[in-house]
Structures are given as C-alpha cells and as structure tokens.
Design a protein around this ligand. Structure first.
Ligand code: ADP
Ligand code: MG
Length: 173
C-alpha cells in the first residue's frame, strides 16, 4: 500500500505531474475531491476564489486504509495520513509567469510567489513534524515526464532518502 501526497505552492505543477499517473496502478485523487467526499468543504472564499477546506477535520476523517495505491494532489495534501510526500518547487519568477497565465489576480500571484520564495510548504511540514519520506523536485526547467520518472524511481527504490540534496532555498540563490 502506498499513498503519496504531491504538495507544493499553487502553480508548481502538481496536477500536471499527477495526471501522468493515469496510466499507472495509482489512483489519482485531489484534496478537493476528498474534502467533497468527506463533507469537509467550508464556505466559498471570495479572496482566493476557491472553497475553503477544513484540512484538519479531513485529516481526521480520511481513511487511507480504504485505498491501495493512490496519489493525492493538493497544496494541503501533506497534512493527510500518507506514506510519502513529494514536494514540487518552482523558481519564483517562473511561478509568477505560470500563475499570471492562469489569470490569477495580482494579489493572489504575489501571495503564492512569496509562499514559494520562503519555502512555505516546507515550514508547514517541519512545524507538523512530519516523519514520512520526502522527495523534493524542482519543476522549473524539467519536463513533466522527467519529474514523473524521478518519482517512480524513488517509489520503486522504497522512498530512498540516500543522496537527497539540500533543500531548495530560492533566497540563497
Ligand atoms: P498546480 O497543480 O501545482 O497548481 P499545474 O499542474 O496546474 O500546477 O501547473 C501550473 C502551470 O504550469 C500549468 O500551466 C502547467 O502547464 C505548467 N507546468 C506544470 N509543470 C510544468 C513543467 N514541469 N514545466 C513547464 N510548465 C509546467
Ligand atoms: Mg492543481
């Protein structure tokens, strides 16, 4: 059984990579779908133009034993009971371009670019003392197919934590 969260700032490529699992044994799920399924959606948030999700309630209710092999796409997926976590990263200036193409408001672009700049998802994972194996991949200049291959290799090697490079720090570059 392996359930893998694919997390990271909006725009890093989670859904793009997740969709590549469609030909594999992994079921593709999203935090949004699960929130709907478990009745953990809140109100529509005008500021972010999306449904609020009660991620902590979802984390309590989510029954991972019901699943065999699955990947869970979402920027909050690392809060769920998963076996391993893939965190995707993207250079902030490229992220800005991707989010602008998506038609996000200036405010929403800025908030997300800053979140990526300060490695916000890492802060959450560290704060929650997550103990699962973590694979961090930079999507800035890599083909989705290459990234998919790297994830598959990591899974097949039993989530090897050997030779994992230092965390990406955009502020240090
Ligand atoms: P997320 O699900 O993390 O919000 P998406 O998968 O929707 O991100 O990707 C955001 C945008 O970036 C899309 O326009 C997508 O085509 C593009 N994109 C995603 N991954 C890559 C990549 N590896 N290289 C170039 N562009 C990418
Ligand atoms: Mg997405």
């Amino acid at each position: 059984m392996s359930i893998i969260a694919i997390t990271g700032t909006p725009g890093v490529g989670k859904t793009t990579i997740g969709e590549l699992f469609s030909g594999s044994d992994f079921t593709i799920l999203s935090v949004k779908d699960l929130a709907k399924q478990y009745g953990c959606e809140g109100d529509f948030d005008e500021a972010t133009q999306s449904m609020d999700i009660d991620i902590h309630r979802l984390a309590e209710q989510f029954e991972s034993d019901l699943l065999d092999e699955a990947i869970i796409d979402g920027h909050l997926s690392h809060f769920l009971e998963v076996d391993a976590i893939v965190i995707l990263r993207c250079n902030p200036s490229m992220l800005q371009e991707r989010l602008a193409k998506r038609g996000y408001s200036e405010q929403k672009i800025k908030a997300n670019v800053e979140w990526e700049m300060i490695s916000g998802t890492w802060s959450e994972m560290i704060e929650f003392e997550l103990e699962q194996p973590i694979l961090e991949l930079d999507t800035t200049n890599f083909d989705p197919a290459d990234i998919y291959e790297q994830i598959i290799k990591w899974v097949n090697e039993g989530y090897s934590q050997d030779s994992i490079p230092a965390k990406i720090d955009w502020l240090a570059k």
